[in-house]
Ligand binder design. Structure first.
Ligand code: 6LW
Length: 499
């Protein structure tokens, strides 16, 4: 192998990755669920360093996520390139459903998107044969109609991507070895064979990748006797839930699978604060079948990020819930500041006055200078509207809050100088497993800088903001929010490292 892969390849919640190569350039797209902008596109030249170059959904109306239930929204893109056009097929779950977007530049702008008529399922794949016939292969989990919620294995139809419609009735395809949730199908051609690769076993600990082959793109497919070709289930590997992969061939003929996994922490019960992230692994072919190496975590990563809000617009890493960041965040009202206006709701709202970015390291510190002299707001560590830890200031009082489903607890103290901006912070400290006294993932500290130094107002168990506890498909997001009045944030700093 000549390629050095880095894992995680894209840290922070970036599940369901799909990859395509065009010449020397690789592109990856991921799911974003209820967040906007939706479906980030990353670029790499070496399959190791990935740079965010744009998003598919950055305009109102491209996804119908404004009111979508948590966990709905943009699921499982497939990114492909055909005849000079980049295509992305996704499920806008419980919104516009199966969608096709196209672009000539993968950095955007992408088209407004069109729902594909005649597909009732998730995880749509795109593949073209030599004649230019386009096949959409998908997981037939019904999201609309009378059969809502039922699963019918993998299905396929020929489609006209320009008209966004199925050209025939769906046919049933090979659907794995019998494990639950056959999904994430991708169809490839190699050495005279067509390969149908899928995920099965569910996106939790049982997740796996299996493959079948046929002489034709529409089957019949015969399963690989050695399936699954990848799974971390029942192992003690540091990256669990590995599955939902997509293959790419390098110009030198090497193969790499880009896939999702979880970096779990804890004891016998493990927890994943970051949710499902993007990883990569080497694939080799023997007798016409691929095998994938287990995902290897590379050297612990660290990363810092500071934003002083001097630009006219927020950077692409900022996301908002069920709306675009620009709808909530104002960078012109007070130059050099991020200004948010409260509407009386807080982080338990499904559409909070909030912008944030993904937690990407197990150990991190997130701090911001918050001027709450004309409002109430602060910092948050959010998994979803039912699971969040906040530290806020307003009316001369600092409040730390833990909100877990229907339970809420607060800790209060007077602000040291009510008429001055205050530095608020959130820290996560991973638990070192040393017995049975703490089987969680990390400790979350909520605090502020007082006249005599940092003060932690609350220390909370981080496991409750993890993929295993919440019912969300995403991961932790750090951010700032306004509850009432005007909140102006001067400088924000994030320092993270994995150790
Ligand atoms: C995705 C599917 C899945 O479409 O969850 O359980 C969905 N696995 O492959 C959201 O990530």
């Amino acid at each position: 192998m000549t390629i050095d892969l880095k894992n995680p390849s894209i840290a922070g919640f970036h599940p369901d990755p799909s990859v395509v190569r065009v010449g020397e350039d690789y592109y990856v797209a991921c799911s974003t669920f209820e967040y906007l902008p939706g479906i980030p596109v990353f670029h790499s030249r070496d399959l190791s360093t990935w740079t965010l170059i744009g998003h598919v959904a950055e305009r109102v109306g491209q996804l119908a996520v404004e009111q979508v239930p948590t966990g709905g929204g943009a699921w499982a893109p497939t990114i492909r390139y055909h005849d000079g056009t980049f295509w992305i097929a996704i499920t806008d779950a419980l919104g516009r459903n199966t969608m096709l977007f196209s672009a000539t530049d993968p950095a955007g702008p992408w088209s407004d998107g069109v729902p594909v008529e005649g597909i009732n399922g998730i995880d749509p794949d795109l593949a073209w044969d030599e004649d230019g016939t386009c096949y959409m292969t998908y997981s037939a989990l019904r999201l609309v109609g009378d059969e809502l919620g039922t699963h019918h294995g993998i299905e396929q139809v020929r489609i006209d991507p320009h008209a966004a419609k199925a050209l025939e009735e769906p046919r049933s395809m090979w659907s794995g070895t019998g494990l639950m949730f056959p999904e994430a199908p991708h169809l490839y051609q190699r050495d005279g064979w067509w390969y149908l690769m899928i995920a099965e076993g569910g996106t939790e600990r049982g997740h796996s990748v299996s493959i079948a082959r046929s002489s034709r793109p529409d089957g019949p497919f015969e399963g690989n006797p050695a399936n699954p070709i990848l799974s971390a289930r029942s192992t003690s590997r540091p990256v669990q839930n590995t599955g939902h992969g997509d293959l790419v061939r390098t110009p030198d003929g090497e193969w790499v699978m880009v896939l999702l996994g979880m970096r779990t922490t804890g004891g016998t019960r493990a927890f994943s604060p970051m949710g499902r992230e993007t990883f990569s692994t080497h694939v080799t072919w023997v007798d016409g079948w691929p095998t994938a190496e287990p995902v290897i975590l590379t050297a612990p990563a660290s990363g810092s990020f500071e934003d002083t809000f001097d630009e006219a617009e927020l950077g692409g890493e900022w996301i908002a819930v069920r709306r675009l960041p620009a709808e909530v965040a104002d960078l012109t009202e007070r130059p050099g500041h991020l200004v948010l206006h409260g509407d009386g709701t807080d982080m338990s709202s499904s559409r909070p006055q909030f912008v944030g970015f993904r937690q990407a390291h197990h150990r991190m510190r997130w701090a911001a200078d918050v001027d709450a002299t004309a409002g109430t707001g602060g910092l948050t560590l959010r998994y979803d509207e039912a699971h969040h830890y906040d530290i806020e200031v307003g009316d001369g009082i600092i409040v730390a809050r833990g909100h877990l489903a229907s339970l809420q607890q607060t800790w209060c103290t007077p602000a040291p100088a009510p008429e001055a901006p205050l530095t608020l912070w959130i820290e996560t400290v991973p638990v070192q497993f040393s017995g049975f006294e703490n089987m969680g993932s990390d400790t979350v500290r909520l605090g502020y800088d007082g006249p005599d130094g940092p003060v932690a107002l609350a220390e909370l168990d981080g496991r409750y903001l993890s993929a295993e506890v919440t019912a969300s498909f995403t991961g932790r997001v750090l951010g700032v929010y306004a509850r009432d009045g005007l909140i102006a944030v001067d400088t924000v700093r994030y320092d993270g490292r994995d150790d």
